[in-house]
Design a protein around this ligand. Structure first.
Ligand SMILES: NS(=O)(=O)c1ccc(-n2ccn(-c3ccc(F)cc3F)c2=O)cc1
Ligand SMILES: [Zn+2]
Length: 233
């Protein structure tokens, strides 16, 4: 019986998204021995709005929190003199524990990875415009490992039962500070890369924190569970 192999993963993305064939595609494996030291880069600085309504959406993979245009700022580090604004943040989980992150460090994967997606408001007028420019986006990446429960993240995880299907959305106004999603030590690796999923546009300055953040096994299970139901893996 002829075996039909249906390839739906990254290997087919190049057909519809030519950017995926590019020279600065993400994610990558961070080979720590080959990373150069930060030299005299200025400190990375961020400020986020806490008390505004946010929406949690099931985009068909994992979940995404939209910042709904409220003010925020990310500047410094590798971002030159431009100021970036938080547009949305979302997560990537694996189908089994211990292999959900997109980036790997010396070949090691983590249980999940949080992405805070910012766009360059100094040079562009909208997220859509910035998303197509080489210096348009900056994404803070946070590696997630199983450990103690993450209280800030739990404000989203506890809403997942209400967005079990693609397209579902729930709005909440509980105060939440995205800065609390970041690790205590803010050492990071940075490199010019791309969106890790279609349209794979090469418009992202990646800033991946070295220190993983802990989430509980139950929080991973909940994500996997709704990730499976929501994305219908
Ligand atoms: N995982 S990640 O690299 O952080 C990542 C991967 C893909 C996206 N993404 C997918 C579609 N878009 C998008 C949505 C609206 C738009 F106007 C332009 C876009 F590129 C987007 O930003 C956003 C972030
Ligand atoms: Zn992402």
């Amino acid at each position: 019986v002829p075996v039909v192999i249906l390839i739906v993963g990254p290997a087919t993305w190049v057909e519809k998204f030519p950017e995926a064939r590019g020279t600065r595609q993400s994610p990558v494996d961070i080979v720590t021995s080959r990373a150069s030291s930060g030299g005299s880069a200025p400190p990375l600085v961020w400020r986020y709005s806490v008390n505004h309504p946010r929406s949690v959406v099931n985009p068909g993979y994992c979940w995404r929190v939209d910042e709904n245009g409220y003010d925020s700022e990310l500047r410094g580090g590798p971002l030159g003199s431009d100021v970036y604004k938080l547009q949305q943040w979302h997560c990537h989980w694996g189908s089994v524990n211990g292999e959900g992150s997109e980036h790997t460090v010396d070949g090691r994967a983590f249980s999940g990875e949080l992405h805070l997606v910012h766009w360059n408001t100094s040079k562009y007028n909208s997220f859509t415009e910035a998303a197509g420019q080489p210096d348009g986006l900056a994404v803070l990446g946070v590696l997630l490992m199983v450990g103690s429960k993450h209280d800030e993240l739990d404000k989203v995880v506890r809403l997942l039962p209400y967005i079990q299907h693609k397209g579902d959305k729930v709005t909440f106004s509980e105060p939440l500070n995205p800065a609390n999603l970041l690790p205590k030590r803010i050492a990071y690796w940075t490199y010019p890369g791309s969106l890790t999923t279609p349209p794979c546009t090469e418009s992202v300055t990646w800033i991946l924190f070295k220190e993983p953040v802990q989430v509980s096994a139950e929080q991973v299970r909940l994500n996997l569970c709704y990730y499976v139901n929501g994305k219908n893996v």
